[in-house]
Design a protein around this ligand. Structure first.
Ligand code: NAP
Length: 461
């Protein structure tokens, strides 16, 4: 029986890895998701058949309630609220590992007074630490993103020394717990410090740095699950947890690079404090406007177009009408591409998901590094609801909070049209000097409505 279960776990682990590989490409991503889900089903069934302490009715009951809540929220959530959803999912992942570690600890110390194996007690401590920190840290991230608490950095004097002291306190209590496993006071200290550290490490993070913290917390939830796998001696949990932990760290690194942050800076916490600060009364930007008809005429006369989508495209749900615009351009033999910034929108891959939903072929989506050199030779760039990711201040203005963040060089194209509703700022809350550039024209209005009108004009030409 146990060989069959280990085999099932091995098959499930292979399916997870292959599923992730398939997720590398949009075409095979759905297949990869299904393969991983099947792997998870195999892992769940293999785990359930071993369970003795809890009845099937209880398990199925919990699964039905949990799945119903998950399905309801996943269907209801708006695309623009996905980061909040990911944040809360990470938190629940951390809470699950934290709860399993604690219940295992109390079960072992209550029922069996013999000492717990060294690997197991260390895994319990690691799982309590990372799981607890992930839970409260993710809750704070959720509340910040949802606007329940201020999204700006919350800082106070001595924040970092306090965090360091708490960490040292945790390590000390952890060493004592290993030596005296039955003292409940020690485990209470570990729990409290882990939960408090989760809050303290996330509250100072604000502004444009939030995506980094979300992907880092995602990685933490995987590491907590991996530690829990060691407690339960469950290989598939170790593999799945490591995959989540490693992919979360890789994503964090990609995000750090895209936002010009070092990982050490991220791990120390308290980053992003400069964002939203240097505002003052800068020089007023004078802009030139363009109307729908003139825009359509411009499109009619060019030979290359790059569209830069941003958060505003998601808000307006303009991706479908942008596909129509692409079809109109392709009818005219215009070379048409999309430039994708790694942190455009509000979650990793946000633009890719929306454009794929509108059936736009993945080869049209070009990453920042590959497309940046093409802007100077492009006739027309249409920026749809993007702002921070095309702000030249990131290149030229050392005073700017976003200075150093790699951007799409849209300003270097021959003509730039920016479609947005007003002169409103982006996520980082800074002015965009591009709007005042001589080659830049503002097409004011909601992206979906405005581009729909442009497309109708083009259809009539
Ligand atoms: P952005 O800088 O936030 O700018 C979005 C722009 O969209 C706004 O200036 C807004 O201007 C416009 N807009 C809003 N609704 C619109 C509508 N219905 N129609 C047309 N325009 C509309 O967006 P971004 O350039 O994509 O940059 C993303 C930012 O979010 C970065 O600072 C990034 O660090 C941060 N961030 C990213 C992630 C991630 O994982 N991708 C997560 C969290 C934060 P108006 O109000 O004038 O219309």
């Amino acid at each position: 029986m146990s060989i069959a279960i280990e085999l099932a776990y091995l098959v499930a682990s292979i399916m997870f890895v292959m599923g992730m590989k398939l997720m590398n490409k949009t075409k095979s991503a759905r297949q990869g998701n299904q393969l991983s889900a099947l792997g998870m089903l195999i892992a769940i069934v293999a785990t359930l058949v071993q369970i003795e302490a809890i009845s099937f009715v209880e398990i199925i009951g919990c699964m039905v309630v949990g799945s119903a809540i998950g399905l309801y929220y996943a269907n209801k959530v708006e695309m623009t609220k996905m980061p909040e959803m990911v944040a809360i999912f990470n938190g629940f992942g951390g809470l699950a590992s934290f709860s399993v570690a604690l219940s295992d600890y109390f079960l072992r110390t209550d029922v069996n007074m013999e000492s717990i194996e060294l690997v197991t007690i260390i895994s319990i401590i690691v799982s309590v630490f990372i799981g607890g920190l992930t839970f409260t840290g993710s809750l704070v991230a959720y509340l910040k993103l949802n606007g329940n608490i201020s999204g700006s950095p919350i800082t106070f004097k001595g924040q970092h020394p306090i965090n360091l002291m708490l960490f040292i306190g945790f390590l000390t209590a952890a060493v004592f717990t290993v030596m005296d496993q039955t003292d409940p006071m020690l485990i209470v200290i570990l729990i409290v410090i882990a939960l408090v550290l989760g809050v303290l490490t996330v509250i100072p993070i604000g502004g444009a740095d939030m995506p980094v913290v979300i992907s880092l917390l995602n990685s933490y939830s995987g590491m907590a699950a991996c530690a829990t796998g060691f407690i339960l001696n469950n290989n598939v949990l170790i593999v799945a947890g490591s995959l989540v932990g490693a992919s979360g760290i890789i994503l964090t690194q990609i995000m750090c690079k895209a936002m010009n942050r070092s990982l050490v800076n991220v791990l120390l916490g308290g980053f992003g404090q400069t964002v939203n600060e240097v505002q003052g009364d800068g020089p007023t930007i004078t802009v030139k406007e363009i109307g729908v008809e003139e825009t359509a005429m411009l499109f009619d006369g060019v030979s290359s177009v790059i569209v830069v989508p941003g958060y505003g495209m998601a808000v307006a749900q303009a991706q479908h009408v942008i596909r129509e615009l692409m079809e109109q351009c392709e009818k005219r033999n215009i070379d048409f591409k999309f430039a994708i910034h790694p942190v455009a929108g509000r979650m990793p891959g946000h633009m890719n998901v929306l454009l794929a939903e509108a059936n736009i072929s993945y080869d049209k989506l070009i990453e920042m590094e590959s497309i940046n050199d093409e802007f100077p030779s492009t006739d027309l760039v249409l920026i749809v609801g993007a702002n921070d990711v095309v702000n030249p201040a990131a290149r030229n203005n050392p005073q700017s909070p976003i200075y150093g963040m790699p951007i799409l060089n849209a300003d270097k194209a021959r003509t730039v049209i920016v479609c947005k509703r007003s002169m409103g700022k982006g996520y980082a809350g800074v002015e965009n000097e591009l709007f005042g550039y001589p080659n830049c024209l503002m097409l004011f209005g909601d992206a979906k409505q405005t581009i729909t009108k442009v497309v109708s004009e083009m259809k009539e030409m």
